[in-house]
Write a protein that binds this ligand. Structure first.
Ligand code: F0G
Length: 354
């Protein structure tokens, strides 16, 4: 049967009925790829899978939440949606608004969103409002303006977003035949880790899965409120997607930590970029920097034994590497070989680099 998106696939578990007009681009059903080369380099016997959410229609996990949020906004008669974004939410909102035939307004931090994401928001026809401030400023403004203008907020404070995003856990359980032992995610607002936990609990409570995973959230060191135990006013990291100091799902995420027996930790920008490169070079999987935070953290905790041998681990790769071409190229620009257009020089370039 033709796959037509996650709402159709899980309509018994989502707040829709037969009369709901579904706004879908075929999101969900993303690959769960078993890492074949990286585990051996860790010197530990572990089974690592990456859930490649970058293969959603707009290149990030946001589409899972956006299909639900926009479907419900349209159902309630809304003609416009609004979000603050570090980039991916704006790209997704812009695409789903285009699909629905409604307007998208997106607030983005000036100069701090990756090129691919900006291109997406622009080409889909969103109204782009750049603010001289960061994501947290944008979020504050969105919440304020929603009381003064006819717009539906589609950030993850919209509960329909988390409903859509919980389906990633359903897919993982179905594919693995049960929950993993550990599930590692990059954390910004902490909506996604909270949504995943909802999904795992739902399948556990109705007996579809016998266990629940330990949830582990990794942040960038310069934007790590959950690790510091308090809000961060000037968040900074190369992983612009998670450049967030005042997470919206603060309480939900702490509940996830307690209920799942999990933890939060942080990674430096160097560790994040190294994991991104390792994954591309060793496994052929290209994710954006923020996404690599999950793998960087898992590798560190596997090496230290905090995640024990014999574990089955899922790392969510939240966004595609093509979202941020600048950071990818900057990491590799020294490796380019420049030659004259003659065969000898091409041959030497090959033989010197075998
Ligand atoms: N990874 C990527 C690629 C993201 O874009 C985000 C969030 C996260 C991880 C963190 O997810 O906020 O649910 O903890 N991006 C939002 C945006 C903030 O505006 O695109 P979270």
């Amino acid at each position: 049967m033709r796959y037509t998106g996650l709402i159709e696939n899980y309509k018994d578990r989502l707040p829709v009925d037969d009369s709901t007009r579904l706004i879908s681009l075929g999101e969900g059903n993303t690959p769960l790829i078993r890492l074949e080369n990286i585990p051996a380099t860790l010197g530990k016997d572990v089974d690592i899978y990456v859930k490649y959410e970058g293969l959603n229609p707009t290149g990030s996990f946001k589409d899972r939440g956006m299909t639900m949020a926009v479907t419900k906004a349209v159902e309630s008669g809304s003609k416009a949606i609004i979000c603050a974004s570090t980039g991916n939410t704006s790209a997704s909102a812009a695409a789903y608004a285009a699909r629905a035939g409604i307007k998208a307004f997106v607030l983005i931090p000036e100069g701090k969103i990756a090129l691919g994401k900006l291109a997406q928001a622009m080409i889909h026809g969103a109204v782009i409002i750049q603010i001289k401030g960061n994501f947290d400023d944008g979020m504050r403004l969105v919440k304020e303006v929603a009381d003064h203008a006819p717009v539906s907020i589609v950030n993850s404070i919209n509960p329909f977003r988390l409903q859509g995003q919980k389906t990633a856990s359903f897919e993982i359980i179905e594919e693995l035949g049960g929950a993993p032992d550990y599930h590692c995610l990059p954390v910004g607002n902490a909506g996604n880790i909270s949504a995943h936990w909802m999904g795992y609990k739902e399948y556990f409570d109705d007996g579809t899965a016998n266990t629940k995973p330990i949830m582990v959230g990794y942040q960038a060191a310069g934007a790590a409120p959950f690790v510091k135990g308090k809000m961060v006013d000037e968040p900074e990291t190369i992983a612009t997607a998670i450049r967030i100091g005042h997470p919206q799902s603060w309480d939900l995420a702490h509940t996830v930590e307690q209920e799942s027996n999990g933890w939060f930790d942080s990674l430096t920008d160097e560790e994040i970029l190294a994991a991104q490169k390792l994954l591309t070079e060793q496994e052929g999987v290209f994710c954006e920097p923020a996404s690599a935070t999950s793998l960087a953290g898992a590798m560190r905790d596997i090496k230290s034994g905090k995640i024990p041998e014999g574990s089955k681990i899922v790392c969510t790769l939240t966004g595609h590497g093509l979202k941020d071409p600048d950071t990818a190229i900057a990491q590799c620009s020294d490796e380019m070989i420049n030659i004259n257009p003659v065969m000898d020089e091409v041959r030497d370039a090959i033989l010197n680099n075998m």
